[in-house]
Write a protein that binds this ligand. Structure first.
Ligand code: FAD
Length: 421
């Protein structure tokens, strides 16, 4: 028999997060859904305290590992590689509490993942230390533009080097940036911005740059009103002659074969880590909906006879079994992608697979949950309608369902992106 039980350390973390989810996150979920642009400061201040400590430990480990790889020091004692496995379990449980509140948790977020993947030790220290001390801070990743979403090669935001001052000058507009307001303006955070240093070079010209909060020329122009995950801010950010030091570029500034530059590879590595995380968040929301419906059915004396032949099941029982199956399949794919990330195995196919499956499955599961509860499911009296709204984002950001399926198809069939669009 194959066991999928997480190791005790992850189980302990999940148990702690469950207490937070039940005691603090779930009770405020409705309130911050209704007051979209308000922040749950009690929650933010509480989690920031433990976030700072774990970020400090993490940064110390990353810097020590860099030193060891540099050959200048003996490699530090190896820890079991469970970072991503832990992450998906924790995110799943937080999102079970509430997907929107989870997304507004102060942290370096995707910006941190990118800096860790591509930054030099000096950049990691300079940019990530802020997430280990002081007041709550946020990081954000700004890729999407009015004319560039799925097709990142269409990015128009430019980064031009001013040889006189040795500064990059950013110009362009980014939209739909998760935590953009908090990262760019309302905390001492930062934004990782994708911009092109050479439009004619397509993807090869695209680099990422770190812009620190409060940098002149970076302005939040809009905060979206959204369908779901309303506790999380989603901002449009304008870069108007925004000057940043030369050293704020992540990876090499050279424009060459996109597969060979550390910058491009690092950007892709970000997705390999972030897609399982998005899948885990979707699954947490889906599990919340499924558990709720099952508990309500149980109160009515309706049980699920798992071993009964299919033709003996009622339509409702069949729906529940199908919902559980979809959720379990998505979770197993997510565990595989996370395990591969921990093992430092190349996982773009598995990361896209779990993200595509979880986004689609949970969109369906939460809709089904609303349907099964009848009019009450549609009412704001329950959180079910909210979970249905919150779930959909997981099928959109970090690559839509279609784009992730395209990536999976290319990988399985052995096609390049130019051959299968
Ligand atoms: C709440 C929210 C938060 C977000 N957070 C961030 C963030 O933090 N940072 C960031 O950079 N972006 C963020 N985004 C943007 C998100 O990543 C994009 O919306 C997404 O990548 C899709 O891009 P698009 O909206 O331009 O759609 P398009 O690329 O215009 O796609 C429109 C539709 O066409 C489909 N499609 C496109 N190309 C193909 C193809 N080749 N084959 C089949 N179907 C295709 C897509 O799947 C989609 O259904 C966020 C979006 C939302 C809604």
């Amino acid at each position: 028999m194959i066991g999928f039980e997480p190791p005790p350390v992850i189980q302990r973390n999940v148990a702690m997060i469950k207490m937070l989810a039940e005691g603090m996150i779930r009770p405020i979920a409705r309130q911050y859904d209704e007051k979209e642009h308000e922040k749950p400061w009690d929650y933010i201040n509480l989690v920031w305290e433990s976030q700072k400590t774990s970020n400090r430990d993490r940064l110390d480990r990353v810097l020590k590992r860099d030193e060891a790889e540099d050959g200048s020091k003996q490699e530090t004692k190896k820890r079991p590689p469970i970072r991503y496995m832990n992450l998906v379990h924790v995110i799943e449980m937080m999102s079970w509490g509430d997907g929107g509140i989870y997304l507004c948790t102060p942290d370096a977020g995707l910006a941190g993942t990118a800096i860790e993947a591509v930054g030099t030790p000096e950049q990691k220290e300079r940019f990530l230390t802020r997430f280990t001390e002081g007041e709550p801070k946020w990081g954000a990743m700004a890729i999407t533009e009015p004319g560039a979403g799925s097709d990142t090669a269409a990015i128009q935001c430019t980064a031009t080097l001013d040889p006189e001052t040795n500064e990059w000058v950013l110009n362009g507009e980014k939209i739909f940036v998760t935590s953009g307001l908090m990262a760019a303006q309302e905390s001492d955070g930062l934004v990782v911005v994708w911009a092109t240093v050479d439009r004619s070079a397509g993807r090869s010209g695209i680099k990422s740059f770190v812009v620190e909060s409060g940098t002149p020329g970076m302005t939040v122009t809009k905060v979206e009103d959204k369908l779901g995950i309303r506790a999380s801010d989603t901002a449009a950010i304008l870069f108007d002659d925004c000057r940043i030091p030369y050293e704020n570029i992540l990876g090499s500034p050279e424009v060459q074969d996109q597969t060979k530059t550390k910058g491009f590879k690092g950007a892709m590595q970000t997705f390999n880590a972030s897609r399982p995380a998005v899948a885990a968040s979707a699954i947490g929301i889906g599990r919340a909906a499924l558990e709720f419906v099952k508990a309500e059915l149980e109160k009515q004396g309706i049980e699920i006879p798992y071993c009964a032949p299919r033709h003996k099941l009622t339509a409702v029982q069949r729906d529940i079994i199908e919902m559980e199956g979809q959720l379990k399949a998505a979770w197993l794919l997510t565990l595989r992608a996370a395990w591969m990330a921990d093992m430092k195995m190349n996982n773009p196919c598995e990361a896209s697979m779990c993200k595509a499956k979880a986004g689609e499955a949970v969109t369906w599961i939460t809709q089904k949950a609303v349907e099964l509860m009848g009019p009450l499911g549609y009412s704001r009296q329950l959180l079910l309608e909210k979970w249905m709204r919150d779930a959909k984002i997981n099928d959109l950001f970090e690559g839509t369902g279609q784009i992730n399926k395209l990536i999976v198809a290319r990988r399985i069939l052995g096609f390049r992106s130019s051959q299968l669009k």
